[in-house]
Ligand binder design. Structure first.
Ligand code: SF4
Ligand code: SF4
Ligand code: SF4
Length: 272
């Protein structure tokens, strides 16, 4: 049972969030929502421990499709960053605001960028592309994320300043168009730069939250230096160019780690 402690803890953590939000917001949706996500993540961790090769992809599809199809398209919630700004401006601490607080702002203090490895519906599609490991060195393009972050804020602020009618409807369409744009740019960049995660590295505005918060992450991959033989395999399989053998928080690209476990699976000495 001891080896299943992590999935059990993850399930309990999400269940705690689910129950607290259900009771404080008096809304059964939160119980269902966070229980489902917690169960999906715990299932993925369980499958990983059982050495199932596609464990992470199972979680990514379970959570990503649920958010995109059920919350986004069926419930009409804009779960992209524009939705977060929208709810923040309206002063409503619900839906996208809670999602951002849990998954992308405070959650990364515990589980780092687990969102990016196991739940994001943009990466869910990008991870089907052929360049799972970047075929080219990293480019100096990460400034683009600040531009997209600023543009998303300006877009929503402008709607409020202009007192646009039917903002809720606009936000729904912004979600559809925004996702189409993310997929188009993400696929184009991945093929152009031969790197499935190029969009995550250079363009995604959410990383403006994710990176600083995940710097302090409780869960992180650590290297047992007494076992490591410096073969470099871990770095060869990393989709995010993380210098994972350096245990310091300042490790190169440390805030890019998506906890995909490829380095762990491929280390011949079980040093990670
Ligand atoms: S960086 Fe952005 S697009 Fe990439 S997985 Fe994370 S949230 Fe999704
Ligand atoms: S794959 Fe394992 S042994 Fe090789 S460098 Fe990485 S941590 Fe060390
Ligand atoms: S391969 Fe290892 S260091 Fe790289 S992103 Fe995945 S878990 Fe993080």
């Amino acid at each position: 049972m001891k080896k299943y402690l992590l999935p059990i803890l993850m399930l309990l953590l999400f269940e705690a969030v689910a129950v607290v939000l259900w009771l404080t917001k008096d809304n059964l949706f939160y119980l269902f929502n966070f229980s489902y996500i917690g169960f999906s993540i715990a299932l993925g961790l369980f499958l990983f421990i059982r050495k199932y090769r596609h464990a992470r992809r199972v979680v990514q599809l379970l959570v990503g499709l649920y958010m995109l199809v059920y919350l986004g398209l069926i419930c009409g919630e804009n779960m992209q960053i524009e939705g977060f700004w929208y709810y923040l401006f309206t002063g409503v601490f619900e839906a996208a605001t809670i999602h951002y607080a849990v998954a992308k702002i405070f959650g990364p203090l515990i589980f780092g960028r687990g969102w990016c490895g196991y739940a994001c519906w943009t990466a869910m599609v990008l991870d089907f592309l052929p360049y799972k490991v970047p075929a080219e060195p990293r480019k100096k393009l990460s400034w683009i994320r600040y531009l997209t972050f600023g543009l998303s804020l300006v877009f929503v602020a402008a709607l409020f300043l202009a007192k646009a009618a039917n903002i809720e409807r606009i936000m729904f369409w912004a979600f559809i168009i925004g996702n189409i744009a993310y997929y188009a740019v993400g696929v184009a960049l991945a093929l152009l730069l031969r790197d499935n995660r190029a969009f995550c590295k250079y363009v995604c505005p959410i990383t403006v939250f994710l990176k600083p918060m995940s710097y302090f992450s409780l869960f992180r991959i650590r290297c047992d230096e007494s076992r490591c033989v410096s073969c470099g395999k871990c770095k060869l399989v990393c989709p995010m160019d993380v210098d994972v053998t350096d245990n310091s928080r300042k490790r190169k690209n440390g805030t890019e780690c998506i906890l995909c476990m490829e380095c762990v699976k491929n280390c011949p000495k079980k040093a990670l």
